[in-house]
Design a protein around this ligand. Structure first.
Ligand code: ADP
Ligand code: ZN
Length: 525
């Protein structure tokens, strides 16, 4: 045949999936897979990751083993592959003996191109033995690790059983591995490569920008329920995320009492009730689902018009992932986060209950990033994308901060005070301590380091702690000061800091509306 490889890929896409063209990134990933390269694929939710391992699996001899963390997710994917007449099946603990045996036989006979398994199953002695047999007949064409961020403690959904997956590389060094995730900061990315021992992987990073999503942060007040209610009444499906099961039940009940079709979804419910509620939401039997973050991984409902976080998300990554479930059809959708400092204290308390110190440090740092996001006056998508290592070329124009910019004030003098205080404290302390010194706090820690004797002690009493915090955020965001991020926030001066201190650079800040609106409610984390 004289057709070019890309022609034949296009044809395969049409033949197997009925699509006319590849989404951005898909073709390159598939080509690299066909060359047996290890790969790390980073694409936003809804970007079309599944196709990136499904199509190569169909085109290569042998079977591709897909590791996926959730049974519901496997079921969905296998159903839709089978509906297209494609050889796919899954093995998991819900199967009865006969059923499992039939599937195993089908795999051995080479009738199956895609075999889905849960990670804990994959690494059982039994299964490893089974894989070793497949290796010779019909052959193992690849491993696809879906939701690969689960391997990293730095991600938002760490699953210890994913750690074991590194052993795949030990046992089957010749089988190429494709790791896929929607959420990977640089740190998580490095972690995935290392934990899964990817060999000189091709890393594909698709843009995470979703211009049809409108981001907004509102202070959580007594009025918030009314605001949510009004929004729901405007129509369209939506997801409301809460932190606790109790809150989920309470809010779903209240909405129902007020005549809204709303159902709860959380880990305290039976698998069956949960699956039912999810299906009823997807089928538009109900308008709203109120959920803990247990909900949504892998659900594919294109017309979600709003995602509301009634409570604080635990990480910024998780937040972006959760809001990414809105507007997959490309039509406008709203993402609203309600912030209260009472919630911040609550989450902080929950973190302090974790037994592991390292876990606590990670969780605190993640919480700080969420608060920084919520308090910021910058374009919201710009902040979120920067978190994923991406730069938005211009502000989105649709988020709350773009639509209502806060008046800008010249805070160069304050910035000079702040930065010289960082210098006087020998670049060994974080924001809170620097502000304490500036505001002349009598805390024990200040005395201990004799920072009450510094020339910058008490020179910032004319500003509130919140104002100083807003300044510190601005300095950090704009790169005017560095912050080491291994859980202990320590501020470090850089070249730009010195330019400010030498009066070669101006600093302008805006006071965030969430902070000012919450004055009085403030309980510092
Ligand atoms: P992800 O796993 O990245 O969240 P999925 O793989 O579930 O995304 O794909 C999201 C949706 O996009 C699915 O409905 C899928 O069928 C569809 N899709 C994927 N690739 C294409 C394509 N090339 N053309 C049209 N639709 C596609
Ligand atoms: Zn914006």
């Amino acid at each position: 045949m004289s057709a070019s490889p890309s022609d034949s890929l296009d044809r395969a896409l049409k033949q197997y999936f009925g699509y006319d063209r590849f989404r951005p990134g898909q073709q390159g990933i598939i080509e690299a897979s066909l060359e047996n390269q290890d790969q790390l694929v980073i694409m936003p939710t809804g970007g079309g990751k599944s196709l990136c391992f499904q199509l190569p699996a169909l085109l290569r001899p042998g079977v591709t083993v897909v590791v996926s963390p959730l049974i519901a997710l496997m079921q969905d994917q296998v159903d839709s592959l089978q509906a297209n007449g494609l050889g796919a099946t899954f093995l998991n603990s819900t199967l009865k003996g006969v059923e499992a045996r039939d599937r195993i036989r089908a795999v051995r006979q080479g009738d199956i191109k895609l075999l889905y398994v849960a990670p804990e199953r994959l690494l059982s002695e039994h299964f490893l033995e089974f894989l070793s047999q497949l290796r010779s007949q019909p052959g193992l064409s690849g491993f696809a690790i879906d939701e690969a961020h689960c391997v990293s403690e730095w991600g938002h959904d760490f699953r210890p059983e994913y750690r074991q997956l590194s052993r795949l590389r030990q046992y089957y060094p010749e089988v190429p591995v494709t790791a896929l995730t929607a959420t990977a900061t640089d740190r998580v990315r490095q972690d995935i490569i290392q934990q899964l021992s990817l060999k000189r992987p091709q890393v594909h990073i698709a843009s995470f920008y979703r211009p049809n999503l409108t981001y907004e942060v509102r202070p959580k007040t007594r009025d918030s329920y009314q605001q949510i209610y009004q929004l729901i009444r405007q129509g369209g499906s939506g997801i409301i995320y809460c932190l606790s099961r109790r809150q989920v039940d309470k809010l779903a009940d209240k909405l129902r009492q007020d005549g809204i079709e709303a159902l709860p979804y959380h880990a305290g419910m039976s698998d069956r009730d949960r699956a039912d509620n999810q299906t009823r939401f997807i089928r538009d039997d109900v308008q709203v689902i109120v959920a803990t973050i247990a909900f949504g991984m892998g659900i594919n409902k294109p017309d979600v018009r709003f995602v509301i976080h009634y409570d604080l998300p635990k990480t910024l990554e998780g937040y972006y992932q959760e809001t990414g479930r809105a507007g997959r059809d490309g039509e406008p959708a709203q993402c609203i986060l309600f912030l209260s400092y009472g919630d911040v204290s609550k989450v902080d308390w929950m973190i302090s209950q974790k037994p592991d110190e390292q876990e606590q440090r990670i969780a605190r740092q993640q919480l700080r990033q969420v608060i920084d996001y919520a308090d910021s006056t910058e374009c919201r998508p710009s902040i979120l994308l920067r978190y994923f290592g991406e730069t938005l070329s211009e502000p989105c124009q649709t988020c709350d901060n773009c639509r209502n910019p806060k008046p800008i004030e010249d805070w160069t003098v304050e910035a000079m005070k702040f930065l010289s205080c960082v210098a006087r404290c020998q670049e060994r302390f974080g924001v809170t301590h620097i502000i304490d010194v500036l505001r002349g706090s009598k805390k024990e820690k200040i005395k201990k380091y004799r920072h009450d004797r510094l020339s910058t002690y008490g020179i910032g009493k004319d500003r509130t702690a919140d104002q100083w915090r807003a300044l510190a955020r601005t300095l950090k965001h704009r790169g005017f000061v560095d912050e080491t991020d291994d859980g202990y926030s320590v501020l470090k001066l850089n070249a730009l800091s010195w330019e400010i201190m030498r009066q070669q650079r101006k600093v302008e800040v805006a006071l965030p509306r969430t902070v000012s609106a919450l004055e009085g409610d403030r309980r510092s984390p």
